[in-house]
Design a binder for this molecule. Structure first.
Ligand code: C2O
Length: 602
């Protein structure tokens, strides 16, 4: 099956992992082989480090990382409630354990108050969509779910490695789900609506549309969602060992739309609302932003691995950086901030699969419709696997300990059509839920980006300070210097590059962040140390509960962990760093108001 003519296999100076020859299914074109840098950390140390200097700070003076803007981000609700604002303003946003916590977790949504969701704005008017459960049982009638005992763990397989028997079972189960009466809560479309209801404003929290994305609820919500979905599939084919396969997009062998969803247009796994250009072996772009990259397949695979390294390791050393920021019962913030994996590649893959011919990039490209495409569950099965793998990567990569997170509850229908309540704290360990994942290579773990830059930087001087460049709308590549305190990497501490954003969340947006680059940055190559990370917004609309024109504008702080990167660039002793922002999509819908660095406790 391995093709020696594939661009990836013809590159020199690389070592190969051969294609899994036991894989029973055949692909026309697949990134079947990939190099691995034999000693990435040594390579990272090779080569000249070109440093650039920033112009002297503007007349507005040094940016002070301790200035007042920080306190907005750090001032959590309890500071307000307890009047302790100044006293422990240092409680940080990236930790996750708060010794002063008064647990006030988010309760399960009120089914009785479920209302119309909103899928878009058309001429300023919301376009409603109905996705409340058709069997409206009362939330108060729901009991806590008890995890049934099991004698053997189920194994979720990689989608590219399943055999024909398994595929037949999968198709049968999905077909049976589609054939259930349309008001049965286990019905395929009722199940898809569960996702819409938790995302597009059918439920309310603190008088605002409840949204589990862009928050720390992203991982546990989807884990429970898939858990019940899988149990429904099992019961429909009477096979308690059946599991949802995972789309192994972090491994070169899985970096295409899994063939099982695309090999037969009559299959219940097929969905015609997909990007037709991304079928049949087209290499996935984990940073997809709505346009095809001109990078070669070989470069795309390298970019994908570099992105995985950044999002699982460099940018996710602390719990809240990985999981996302807190959403509190009292404030019901819609969109305090995404975790690394939710941002990229999760959002990019949704968009990569969604159909550009559909008005809202349906199905996968919009939350309200995403779960109508069977590939959704396969995509999220791998997102779920990332949670499990992340906790094995060491350091502070552990679950959040804040009781507000642990005690948050969701509602689902189980395989017996019973409405049940579940808690985040019961979802932390997939093994306790009875399943694990087929082992597959994780080449991104060894894919520490290396230095690539050969050409000279534009200039060593005259790059303006962020205080003179910002605020700026990202309709072009934007470069500025950020002042920092020289300090090296310390265990348990992390330096963040924080960007205060204001963006329109009804728009698809993506920009990339580079450090120690300038305007002639090579935007095709992400597999190098200067690439710090990306921001990505999946367009979506909530019911507009306010009358202000600005209600779709979100103002989160986007934080990138840069300690490792500064060390690799040998910039840890510098008092300024050069930051370059490269808009890739929707740049005119995002403004960067401020940039600064801070040191946090993980
Ligand atoms: Cu709930 Cu991938 O989205």
């Amino acid at each position: 099956m391995a093709t020696s003519t594939h661009p990836i296999s013809s590159t020199k100076n690389i070592s190969f992992i051969s294609t899994n020859s036991s894989s029973p299914r055949n692909f026309s074109r697949r990134p079947s082989q990939i190099f691995l840098n034999p000693n990435p950390s040594r390579a990272a140390r090779r080569g000249d480090v070109i440093k650039i200097r920033c112009a002297a700070a503007s007349s507005e003076g040094r940016e002070n990382p301790a200035d007042s803007s920080l306190s907005e981000a750090k001032l959590d609700r309890r500071n307000v409630l307890l009047g302790l604002g100044g006293l422990y303003g240092a409680y940080n946003i990236a930790g996750g354990s708060n010794p002063f916590a008064l647990a006030s977790p988010i309760p399960p949504p009120e089914t009785k108050s479920c209302g119309p969701a909103t899928i878009s704005n058309s001429n300023g008017k919301p376009v409603p969509y109905s996705c409340c459960p058709s069997t409206l049982m009362d939330t108060a009638s729901a009991d806590y779910y008890k995890i049934p005992s099991f004698s053997k763990l189920n194994v979720r397989p990689a989608a590219h490695a399943i055999d024909d028997d398994y595929l037949e079972k999968y198709k049968t189960a999905i077909q049976k789900m589609k054939d259930l009466p349309s008001d049965d809560p286990r019905n395929f479309y009722q199940q898809a609506n569960v996702h819409c209801a938790y995302c597009n404003g059918a439920y309310q929290l603190a008088g605002k549309p409840y949204q589990i994305h862009f928050t720390w609820l992203f991982f546990p919500f989807h884990r429970w969602y898939l858990y019940f979905y899988e149990r429904i599939l099992q019961s429909l084919i009477d096979d308690p060992t059946f599991t949802l396969p995972y789309w192994n997009w972090d491994n070169p062998q899985g970096m295409i739309l899994p063939e099982i969803f695309d090999d037969d247009e009559e299959s219940p796994l097929y969905d015609k609302k997909r990007n037709q250009a991304h079928r049949r072996g087209y290499v996935t772009d984990l940073a997809y932003a709505g346009q095809e990259t001109s990078a070669s397949d070989f470069q795309k695979v390298k970019n994908n691995l570099a992105i995985m390294y950044r999002q699982m390791l460099t940018n996710a050393p602390c719990p809240l950086l990985f999981f996302g920021k807190a959403i509190r019962k009292e404030t019901g913030d819609t969109g305090p901030g995404m975790g690394t994996i939710e941002n990229v590649p999760h959002n990019s893959i949704h968009r990569w699969v969604g159909d550009p011919r559909s008005p809202h990039n349906e199905n996968m490209g919009n939350f309200y419709s995403a779960a109508i495409d069977p590939v959704f569950y396969c995509h999220h099965s791998n997102v779920d696997r990332m949670w499990t793998i992340w906790k094995t990567l060491g350091g502070n990569r552990k679950d959040i300990t804040d009781p507000d997170w642990l005690q948050t509850e969701f509602l689902f229908y189980d395989e017996t059509k019973t409405l049940v309540k579940v808690k985040v704290e019961d979802s932390l360990d997939n093994v306790k839920l009875g399943y694990t994942f087929q082992k597959m290579p994780t080449p991104w773990k060894d894919f520490k980006p290396t230095r690539k830059r050969r050409a000279k930087l534009r200039s060593k001087a005259s790059v303006s300070a962020s205080t003179s460049v910002l605020p700026a709308t990202l309709n072009k590549i934007t470069t500025f210097c950020v002042t920092r305190s020289p300090t090296s990497k310390t265990p348990g501490k992390e330096e963040l590059l924080d960007l205060h954003l204001a963006f329109d969340d009804t728009q698809f947006i993506r920009f990339d962040v580079f450090v120690n680059e300038d305007d002639d940055v090579n935007t095709k190559e992400l597999d190098r140390v200067e690439y710090a990370g990306s921001f990505s917004n999946l367009a979506h609309v909530h019911k507009d509960t306010s009358t202000t024109a600005n209600s779709t504008i979100k103002t989160p702080t986007f934080s990138l962990a840069i300690s490792e990167l500064l060390e690799d660039l040998r910039l840890e002793n510098d008092d300024k760093i050069l930051v370059t922002l490269v808009p890739r999509a929707g740049g005119s819908f995002v403004t960067v108001n401020k940039a600064y660095t801070e040191i946090i406790d993980c």
